[in-house]
Each structure stands twice: as structure tokens, then as C-alpha cells.
Design a protein around this ligand. Structure first.
Ligand SMILES: C[S@@+](CC[C@H](N)C(=O)[O-])C[C@H]1O[C@@H](n2cnc3c(N)ncnc32)[C@H](O)[C@@H]1O
Length: 277
């Protein structure tokens, strides 16, 4: 089922991650995703909070030792390595960036986990894997980049065995959309390789249409939204370095829009688990 079609191509996503990806890593760390804070009083560091969101995904996935897990949109493999250590599962990670796949492979070899986690360039819209070849799968903050989330869910259902678990963490939009919110959402989509932002309702419909059952969806916006202000602050500290990579105008607008994205009520975040029927 098609949720949203968009002209965004994998090249746009690749350019984003291969472009300012290194600057991003130097200020945010190896987790290319939001952090999770228990409540307003929780003053955990970015490192702790981003790992905590990974731990939520690990517990939702419930992978067992020896199982084969697909990591859809693996970044540089930091969440996958944490999953391998926590569950003793084996992970195959895919990313649309050749640079990320190489870095993930290198870091994983350095960590002594090369026999447990492998990474490759592949498009989640058209996965190079046989039917029913994985026991579980997660898409960790990668779905907002996909031109067609329904197509990715269809591919995921195909490569998962019946009974296989799925976990997704994704940036979403919440209704109603104000004119100001629309400006911010449009900017994020047009500039950062984001195809479109999903909604809770879209996910429910698309999961059901692709044969997923036992769907549990949590809106965890309140726990993660602090991320964007902190990320804007972090980018401020390397504004000149960022400008060297993307140009001054783009660097200024990135910092401005990341901060605005964190303050509009339309900006949301979802965590879900489901089972392939
Ligand atoms: C926000 S990053 C998340 C990375 C990683 N999951 C993490 O949490 O550290 C989004 C990831 O999705 C990947 N991605 C985007 N579109 C993709 C596609 N069509 N196929 C495979 N990976 C894709 C990007 O290359 C990137 O690795």
C-alpha cells in the first residue's frame, strides 16, 4: 500500500548523510537518532538518552540469541552493535549510504563483532534478501526518509518469517497543521532527505494492509522532543565547520530549522512494535 509518494530520491538521503554526516557525528555521537528522557527532571546526557532509545527498541524487538535481525537504515551501526551485545542475535544492516556501510563495517570489526553484524549498501524499497529470511526487523528512525513507507513495510513483511517481530521508531507529524508548522515541515522535507512525515493513523492502516498484527503504537514525543533543541545547540558549537561543509546560508538555516522543528506542536515521534502474521 502506498502511503505517500514523493519525488525525493535516495541520492538526496545519501547527500545528507554523506555531506554533513561527519560534522553531525562529531557533535552528537555515533547514534544517528533522537534521545529518550524519562521526564522533564531527567538530565541524562545525549549519549545516555540516545542509547536509552536504542534500549527501548531492543526490548520491543525481543530478539533471541542466534536469531537473524534486519536493521533497516542502519547508520554507522552503533544501535546494531548494542543489539548484538544485548541479545546475542546476528544483525544484517542496510543503508542507502556507501560511506555509512563502510564505516559500520569498520567499527564493527574494531569492536570484535564482525562475525555477528554485517552491513551493506541496499535500498529498503527493494531489499536484496529472500522471502522469510529474517526472524525480526527494525527501522530505527529511517522510515521518514523512505519515498513509500508502505512499500518498505511490504518488503519487510516479505523478508520476515511468519511470527517475526518488527520495531519502528520514527519522526511523525501530529495534527492539526498550522501555517507556521507547515513552513517548518516543508523545509525539513525539502532539505534533509525526508520524503514525508507519517502519522499514527497512516502507520496503523499500512501495517494492517501489509499483514502485521498485534500492533502497539506509542506516541513518545514528550520523551524525545528535547533532542531538537539540544541538537541545534550542538550544531551552534560547530557552526563554522558546518558552514565549510554545506555553506554558510545552509548552516544557519539548518540550526534555525532544527530548533523550530523542536518547538512546533506538529512535531512528533512514534515507537511501535508489531508481528508479521
Ligand atoms: C536517521 S538515520 C538512522 C541511523 C541508525 N538507524 C541510527 O539510529 O543510528 C537514517 C538512516 O536511514 C537510512 N536510509 C534512508 N533511506 C534509506 C533507504 N531507502 N534504504 C536503506 N536505508 C535508508 C540512511 O542511510 C540512514 O542510515
Amino acid at each position: 500500500m502506498t502511503i505517500e509518494q514523493s519525488p525525493t530520491h535516495s541520492d538526496d538521503v545519501r547527500n545528507v548523510y554523506d555531506g554533513f554526516g561527519r560534522v553531525y557525528g562529531s557533535v552528537w555521537g555515533p547514534n544517528i537518532h533522537y534521545g529518550y528522557w524519562e521526564n522533564d527532571a531527567d538530565d541524562s546526557s545525549v549519549e545516555v538518552a540516545t542509547d536509552r532509545l536504542t534500549d527501548l527498541m531492543i526490548s520491543g524487538l525481543g530478539a533471541q540469541a542466534g536469531q537473524r535481525v534486519l536493521d533497516i537504515g542502519c547508520g554507522i551501526g552503533h544501535p546494531a552493535r548494542r543489539l548484538v551485545r544485548a541479545s546475542e542475535a546476528n544483525v544484517v544492516g542496510i543503508t542507502i549510504s556507501h560511506i555509512q556501510a563502510a564505516e559500520a563495517t569498520e567499527h564493527t570489526a574494531e569492536a570484535g563483532l564482525a562475525d555477528r553484524a554485517t552491513f551493506q549498501f541496499a535500498d529498503a524499497m527493494d531489499m536484496p534478501f529472500p522471502d522469510a529470511s529474517f526472524d525480526a526487523a527494525w527501522a530505527f528512525e529511517s522510515m521518514w526518509h523512505m519515498p513509500d513507507r508502505g512499500q518498505v513495510l511490504s518488503e519487510t513483511a516479505r523478508v520476515l518469517r511468519p511470527g517475526g517481530r518488527l520495531a519502528i521508531a520514527d519522526v511523525i507529524q501530529r495534527d492539526p497543521i498550522s501555517p507556521e508548522g507547515q513552513v517548518v515541515l516543508d523545509h525539513i522535507c525539502e532539505n534533509y532527505g525526508v520524503s514525508s512525515l507519517g502519522t499514527v493513523d497512516e502507520y496503523r492502516t499500512a501495517l494492517a494492509a501489509n499483514g502485521f498484527v498485534d500492533v502497539e503504537i506509542r506516541d513518545i514525543t514528550d520523551n524525545v522532543i528535547r533532542t531538537l533543541g539540544l541538537m541545534a545547540d550542538a550544531f551552534e558549537t560547530v557552526r563554522d565547520k558546518l558552514a565549510d561543509v554545506v555553506g554558510k546560508e545552509q548552516a544557519d538555516s539548518l540550526i534555525d530549522f532544527v530548533r523550530r522543528f523542536g518547538s512546533i506542536p506538529e512535531s512528533g515521534y512514534l515507537y511501535l512494535t508489531a508481528v508479521r502474521a
